[in-house]
Design a protein around this ligand. Structure first.
Ligand SMILES: [Zn+2]
Length: 440
């Protein structure tokens, strides 16, 4: 009979726990889907334990706080266009051709890409959320899934917001809590794509279901100016007025916030998913992350969809967030190295409201192993040097093994839950069909 507790012993363990301990060497005990103990190996509790000397550097799995992973089907589309034209001229026409199976394959491939990059948790907003849930579950990734809610005012009833909301509630009923890895949220796309009454109805639904709301807020200056011209207020004020901020809200982007908005977010404990690569690629701007942290906001990092990034490799965001914060403030202290790593792990988990992102007793056993033999993680003269190397020099290429909820899903750089070659072939064929159908 196998022991119930598995002990992973690494050459180094970057915990991101409350004391931000770096242990060299370190050990963590996993039982079921949880971490039950972390510390120096010589202090480990006695008992019936299966010890695995895995070596390397162990750290919490990364948390992707905002994504549309099935958009692996649209990777690279519309490069060079600003957000409004990119959405309306390229993305929406192809998405109008989507079927549930496309979303399944796009998510399956993207989940494998995330897992092999060391991302163990992903927040997703997309259509055909039931198919997305199935793929996430099959890949074994932890997922906060928000069925997308939009509104096509000229469309048939099934394209109007009440149908999308009813569908989202049905997905919540069917999949929330599945496998202990899947949580179903609500995903109203944005204030600019939904009328006030839709946003108010989502707020009411979120309250009734106890669901978190994922929404895009203040991504571009043009979007905010348009809202002000048409509806008299910008997104943060509008969302507060319709009651959406009474729910638990994870606001993606939030690039164009003034001090009044920051205060509004703090009052309602609105969390932010900062997407520096996507905001940079689409020319949207640079979010005020240091000011958000100073205001006490919960902030995570998001890749956004692979059509605006274009990878699902959160290591890019991990490096870009402090780079942009420091460059725009001309201050090397504007966003600390450890703070940056927290954005990708513990703080991102707090933004999602999930007990992951830390190697600490009671937290979910979401663990990543990096290859410490790689020159990019050295020299480490002090344990703290490892934190700097992880942020500034490491990359997804160093990720060798990944556990989600105690289950190993990446072994020696290979995702064991997904047939990646098969999924790539499916996505390529389906991507071609979407492009050709949208063009005709
Ligand atoms: Zn997005």
């Amino acid at each position: 009979v196998a022991a119930a507790t598995v002990r992973l012993v690494g050459e180094a363990v970057v915990t991101l726990d409350e004391a931000d301990r770096v242990l060299c060497p370190g050990a963590l005990d996993l039982n079921g889907d949880r971490i039950v103990w972390v510390g120096p190996p010589e202090e480990a509790p006695a008992g019936d334990v299966e010890t695995r000397r895995v070596g390397g550097l162990l750290m919490p799995g990364l948390v992707n706080a905002h994504g549309h992973t099935p958009m692996t089907l649209l990777r690279g589309a519309g490069d060079g266009l600003p957000l409004e034209r990119w959405l309306h001229d390229v993305v929406f026409p192809r998405e109008a051709q989507l079927a549930a199976e496309d979303v399944y394959w796009g998510m399956l491939l993207g989940a494998a890409e995330q897992l092999t990059s060391g991302v163990t948790t992903t927040a997703e907003m997309y259509f055909f959320a039931g198919a997305l849930a199935e793929a996430a579950s099959e890949a074994g990734i932890r997922c906060a899934l928000a069925p997308a809610i939009i509104d096509r005012p000229d469309g048939p009833p099934e394209a109007r917001w009440p149908a999308f909301l009813a569908d989202a509630e049905a997905v919540h009923k069917a999949h929330d809590g599945e496998d202990g890895r899947l949580r179903v949220d609500l995903g109203p796309h944005s204030a600019y794509l939904l009328p006030d009454e839709a946003l108010a109805a989502v707020a009411e639904s979120a309250r009734r279901l106890g669901a978190t709301v994922q929404i895009h807020v203040a991504e571009t200056a043009a979007e905010e100016a348009g809202l002000e011209a048409r509806r008299g207020r910008r997104a943060p004020e509008l969302l507060e007025e319709v009651g959406l901020f009474e729910a638990r809200v994870l606001a993606a982007h939030s690039v164009w916030l003034d001090d009044v908005d920051l205060d509004r977010y703090a009052r309602h404990d609105v969390a932010v998913a900062h997407c520096p690569q996507s905001n940079g690629k689409l020319g949207s701007g640079i979010a005020r992350v240091p000011a958000m942290l100073a205001a006490g906001l919960r902030v995570g990092l998001g890749t956004d969809g692979p059509a605006s990034n274009d990878s699902l490799d959160l290591w890019g965001e991990l490096r870009l967030a402090p780079t942009l914060a420091r460059a725009s403030a001309t201050d090397a202290g504007a966003l600390g190295t450890l703070e940056a790593l927290r954005l990708a792990t513990s703080s991102g988990a707090a933004a999602l409201g999930l007990a992951t992102g830390r190697l600490a007793a009671g937290h979910l056993a979401d663990v990543v192993r990096l290859d410490l033999e790689d020159s990019r993680l050295g020299p480490a003269l002090d344990p703290g040097d490892l934190v700097a190397h992880v942020v500034w020099s490491a990359s997804s290429r160093l990720v060798t093994d990944v556990w989600v909820g105690g289950r190993q899903v990446v072994v020696d750089r290979r995702c064991t839950t997904v047939d990646v070659a098969g999924a790539r072939a499916e996505v390529r064929a389906r991507a071609r069909r979407l492009r050709d159908a949208a063009a005709s």
